[in-house]
Design a protein around this ligand. Structure first.
Ligand code: ADP
Ligand code: MG
Length: 420
């Protein structure tokens, strides 16, 4: 067994672990099943790569996207670490060759998509391998409550049956309890060790802007934004409309949604990554694998489905640590819709008090850079909650406040005098 710090330094050049990495790695090396909830950029890969290198044998890594797999395999190869990717589009013969390499070639990592676990030949070979660790990356894909549910991820449980003695580590940046519980039960974790790092994104100012002219606000925000920008909308039609609008206003924009061809997707993404266009107007199809460090602004032009989606999407801002903004634009219509949804979901008026109290725990409100209509939300409490759609409720309460059903301003009067 090699020393984890030594392995980190020799292969990555980092002199210390960050966040909970060391705790996680120790738990893995104690053969516990680990669930690691670390934010994007938190350094999840090292959490399974270091312990796998510390031991004899090969580590199986399940990952949802070819692009993610390729990136990691290439990064390992650059360090001189032997890694193999079983992605789509390889012939049967190649598949056999690659699997043989895992058996006899001294390889340390076998990356595969969950669909590969549906192939008997793959399972058969895995059974023969000397496996030291099973890593399930982007593990929220196993949960229906996650934002990217992928039925094939349920196949990961087969690995547990096949290799009952081998420890598992599941990693994700989705922090809700519901998803965490799903991961633990679907992977049949035993003696599990759950680690959660802070998800607070201190460099992102989360703002809600009320306006009856959202296009005007959008134009101003996008023109002011000093680098790459994402605008999330809920319909495919609107991606095109707003991209046209922004282009007409002298702000270069493109659009992206699930209905365009694979080729178009690739081209549009690349143009945005290369800074040939500044703004990407997109539906939530523009998501996983989009990892541009210098996004300075994420706008939600319409209210997202749920708080998990909101956090993932808004969280694409400021990956490089620079100050950035996440702005939600809402108008009267949005508020009406929310009010309807919210009131419809309430059993009786007395329950308002409970929600109001809960809400008070979920948020800390502070001044947002001196703008009275802006405020920052502390997401620390926010993302650790589930069951109540706090974000929608919060906005709905703002609406209710206007209708004097409940006085929200009072709620926060101790902390701030911001008027809603
Ligand atoms: P995640 O999967 O959690 O989004 P990654 O594993 O891709 O994060 O790592 C994000 C970045 O952090 C990478 O550039 C990685 O090299 C870096 N990193 C990981 N561990 C450390 C560390 N201990 N010290 C400094 N940088 C680190
Ligand atoms: Mg990762």
């Amino acid at each position: 067994l090699l020393d984890p710090r030594e392995i980190l330094y020799r292969n990555w050049g980092f002199s210390s672990f960050k966040g909970s990495q060391e705790k996680i790695i120790s738990a893995v090396l104690e053969n516990r099943d680990v669930l690691a909830l670390l934010p994007t950029g938190g350094g999840k890969s090292v959490c399974f790569q270091v312990p796998a290198l510390a031991r004899d044998g090969i580590c199986i890594v399940v990952s949802p996207l070819i692009a993610l797999i390729q990136d990691q395999v290439n990064a390992l190869k650059e360090k001189g670490i032997k890694a193999i990717a079983l992605t789509g589009g390889i012939s049967f013969e190649e598949l056999f060759n690659l699997l043989d390499n895992c058996l006899y070639g001294g390889y340390k990592f076998l990356y595969l998509s969950p669909e590969r676990l549906q192939q008997e030949v793959v399972l058969e070979r895995i059974r023969q391998m000397n496996i030291n660790l099973i890593a399930i990356d982007e593990a929220h894909c196993i949960s229906q409550w996650g934002h990217d549910f992928r039925p094939a991820y349920l196949e990961c449980a087969k690995l547990r049956e096949l290799l009952p003695e081998v420890p598992m580590i599941a990693l994700t940046a989705t922090a809700t309890d519901k998803v965490a519980q799903d991961i633990i039960s679907n992977l049949e974790f035993a003696n599990e060790f759950v680690v959660k790092d802070s998800f607070e994104r201190t460099n992102i100012a989360f703002k809600v802007k009320q306006s009856e002219d959202k296009r005007y606000q959008l134009k101003n925000l996008c023109l002011k934004s000093h680098s790459s920008t994402i605008v999330y909308v809920r319909t495919r039609r609107l991606t095109l409309e707003l991209a046209n609008f922004l282009n007409a206003q002298g702000c270069s924009a493109s659009y992206f949604h699930g209905g365009i061809t694979q080729k178009e997707k690739k081209e549009k993404l690349q143009a945005w990554l290369d800074n040939k266009v500044k703004v990407m107007v997109a539906t939530n199809a523009f998501g996983m694998g989009v990892d541009k460090p210098d996004v300075s602004l994420v706008v939600h032009y319409q209210i997202p489905d749920c708080i998990e989606n909101y956090f993932q999407e808004a969280g694409r801002a400021g990956r490089n640590g620079n100050k950035s903004e996440a702005v939600l634009l809402i108008d009267h219509n949005d508020q009406q819709l929310l009010k309807k949804q919210f009131l419809g979901s309430l059993p009786d008026p007395s329950s308002l008090k409970t929600i109001y109290k809960k809400l008070n725990n979920y948020f800390q409100i502070s001044y947002g850079e001196g703008h009275t209509e802006n405020f920052q939300l502390n997401f620390n409490h926010f993302v650790s909650t589930y069951g109540l759609n706090a974000f929608l409720t919060y906005n709905a309460l703002k609406v209710l406040d206007q209708y004097s059903v409940i006085s929200l301003s009072e709620t926060f009067s101790k902390k701030t005098s911001v008027k809603f």
